[in-house]
Each structure stands twice: as C-alpha cells, then as structure tokens.
Ligand binder design. Sequence first.
Ligand SMILES: [Zn+2]
Ligand SMILES: [Zn+2]
Length: 521
Amino acid sequence: MNSDPFTCLCCSGALGQLLYSPALSKKLTKISAEQQAPAGFSCEAVVDRRGFVKGSLAVVGTIGALSFSATKANAQATKTRVYRNGTILTVDETFSEAEAVAIRENKILAVGEEIEVLQLAGSDAEIIDLKGKVLLPGFIDAHIHVVSGSIVAGLMDYVGMARFGTAEEVLAHLKQRATQVKPGEWIAARNFDPSVQTGPNALTFVELDAVSKDNPVFVMNASGHLAYANSKAFEVAGITEDVINPPGAEFVRGEDGKLNGVMKNQVAFQPVFQANPAMQNVNPVAALVELTQTWSKLGLTTISELALGALSSGYNDAELLFAAGRTGDLASRIRAYPFYPYDEAWDASPIHPGQGDDIVRIAGYKLVADGSNQGFTGLQREPYLGTDNYGLAYTSPEELKRLAVKRAGQGWQLAIHGNGDAGIDNVLDAVQAVKDAGTDVAKVRPRIEHCSILHDEQIVRMKDLGISASFLIGHVHFWGVAMRDEVFGEEKVELLDRAKIRELVTHCTRTLPSPTLIHCT
Ligand SMILES: [Zn+2]
Ligand SMILES: [Zn+2]
C-alpha cells in the first residue's frame, strides 16, 4: 500500500479537474446553450419511487430482447407483459421465488403462481419465455461518479486488480494493445495498483518503453495521484530533462538524475494526459450513453453521480446529464448529487431537489467530512497505525454543520462522505444540527457515504437520527489485509465496514467497486 497521503480521488472532484480542458469546456457550454432553448428541460416528475424500483428488472444472462432500457420502457408502458419459465427472484424479505411476474405501465401487476399471474394479466398480455434464465430486480449503484467516469472509461483501458493480478500481466496486455493501435495513437490505461498487483512498485521508462517506443503510453495509478509514461509520451507532451517540478508535484528522477517516467500528483501529469488527441474528440453525452448501455447489460438499472459539478465546476454538469437523458438512449436511470465545493455556483443556478424526470433526476446534495482511510486522510479519533497522523477534515465541523443546515432546510436529501471515526462524528454532529434547526430529519433522509469506521455508540446515534449508511464493501475484499496490517491494526480494523448492522439503521446500501469505472475510496 502506498503510504503517501492522498485525497479521495472522486469525492474530492480531482478526476473532473484532470479531465477538464478548453475543448471540453467549449462542448459543455454548447450543450448548456442548447438545453436552454425555448422548449426547456426541467420537468418536475411526480414519481412513485417504489414503482420504479419494482419496475426495473434485470435478466442475468444474454437474452438481448429482455435487457431493460429505462428510456424505452415508456414506449412499452401500456402493454402488459408476463415473464415465465425462469427463476424469478423477488428479493423480498424472505428472498422468495415466483413462477411468473406481470408488468403493466412500468409497475408490477402481479407476482406469484403462473396461473394466477396469467389470469390477472389478461388474455392480450405478451408472454415472455425466460427459457430458464434468472429474472431479478435491477441493481442500483448508489455511489458512482458517472460524469467523469464515463469519459475516463472511453479514454483509458481498465488494467486494475479486478482484471489483472500482476504487473507482468498488465504489461503483456499493453504490449498486445501496441500491436493493434495506429501509428502515433496513445495507449492509455488506468487503475494500475502496485499495492495489490505484484511486481515493480512503479512503471518507469524501462517497462513502458518496452511496451512501445513509437506510441505514447500513459498509465494512471489506481489512487489517481500517480501516473507513469513512456519516453514517447513525454516527447509528445514536450516534457524535457529541464522540466521544473510544479508546486506540490514531481516528475520523478532515477538515481542517474534523469526523468524516469513516474509523475506524482495530477498537476504534473495533467499536461501529459491532455496531450492525448483523443481528449479533443471526447463527446461527453455519447460517453454517458455508452456507459449506461454497457452497464445495463450487467443488470445496473439505476446509477449515480455523487460529485455533480466536478467536471465543469458547476451547473454545466447537470446540463450534460439532462442532454444525455433527452437523447432517449440512456439505458440506466441516473441520480445526481450537486457537490459542495460549488455551493455558490449552485446558488446562482436553477438547480433544485427533484429536478429532472424519472430517467435523470437531481436527487440530493453531496457533502464531504474527510478523506480516504487507505490514503491516510480519513479523519480518525486516534492516529493511523505507527504514526502521529490523524487524517484530514476536508470540511471543518462548523462549515459542515452550516452547509448541512442550509441545504437540508432547502429540502435537499443529504449524502455526506465520512470514512474515519472522527469524520463520522462530524457527520453525526452536522445532522444533529439539522435537527436542532427544526428541519424534519426524516425528510432529509441523511446517508453517510462509505461510513467505513463505526463504533457501537455511533451506530446508536445513527439510528436515533434516522441516518442510513452506504458501505463500500470492496474495502474488505480488496484492501482488508492492508487495512489491518498497515492502516488500522488488529483492534480498530474490526470496526471497518460493519455492513451487518442492517437492523440498527433504517437501511443501508452496499457499493461495489466497479471493474469498469474509477470509484471512490
Ligand atoms: Zn465518491
Ligand atoms: Zn467519497
């Protein structure tokens, strides 16, 4: 595990800043201007949320015709469909199975024994034979960053731990790519993680020049705070031996004093990343549509943007989502949360809770208490293992309270990032302040994002205040050993990702680190 403290990549909005360029800015401004055409874009939809959730069905397998399309669903709204002859998982309290399910107007009409379902559906219902496949409710990923993530997914190949176990495999894959690309075309990859992928601690000119001498190669570390390039990428980006390190960033040099291709902090590698001409051709609307189409095939029918505004520093991010919605081609619903660093920009914009429609909706407001535990910036009551470092309060307790009270008072649902136990203390105090200010907390539906280190007494406070948790359960799966041995020690690590506390809080969600998208830490 890299012991350099780093920020939470996506919850800090750093990814959006990395991607932002004059060309992209122009495109977003154009989208924004089109959105403000006389027809308008803001339609308030009164929706039955439970109905949507129930109406979203995923079929595990590859029956193309059954892949759920959120947008196309409207066209099928009046038709009654009966699904039968498969394993139908209701995912109710007892995880019961049903023989058939009937859907009318995007809502479940009947679930149960086939004979009864068919009767209720009526004789003109369309019967769909599942041919033994599994049918279950669509998956909701409550915490992703789809705006920046969709652009990154289109530009950079995922080479992270969910795909390759060793650096050798990553390099073999990149070499294979080098045989497929055109002369001069960039080979860009992301999520390389030497803390879990065995092999060298960094990729230098030695490894990456062996991938290609003619094509620029750029690989971003999973933390998003380190990147590696080959000599050709430096040459194309105009990085020469006399380059001066920007403040807080570094072009790393080897023992011989020469550049070795490793770059620390995005301030250093942004010019290299942006030298890739593919950056100029990015179509953010098409990237979003493509991402939802890929993900809907995995059963994800609702996805999210938890740092809305990070790409354009404000409202143009929302315009981008609405524009994507208007194409009619989004294959998943998107729920977006305006991001607190742009608080003034939101005040000056028409954004409001519930804005949008059933496909793209502004769902809540995103605040951040602290950083990332594996980045040693999550705020702790006790210092990190073997250090005197307590982590960082990204937002001071007073400011967190002020923003929570302000936004909850305006009717926003609150999603507050909290990783360390002291960070979560600050979140709990902020929600208490919302309550003390006279706002009905039940309507605010506060949620702690990640909610990583939890003490029993904090769980009790969460229950009393009606706060739910959104766990990033991949912490345990991917970083459990490192969290125990390098971050927290044996005792405190027991408090990590207590996802079995379901009975103690109103509800909790579990977010899986997607193999195809840079995710929060
Ligand atoms: Zn995040
Ligand atoms: Zn976060």
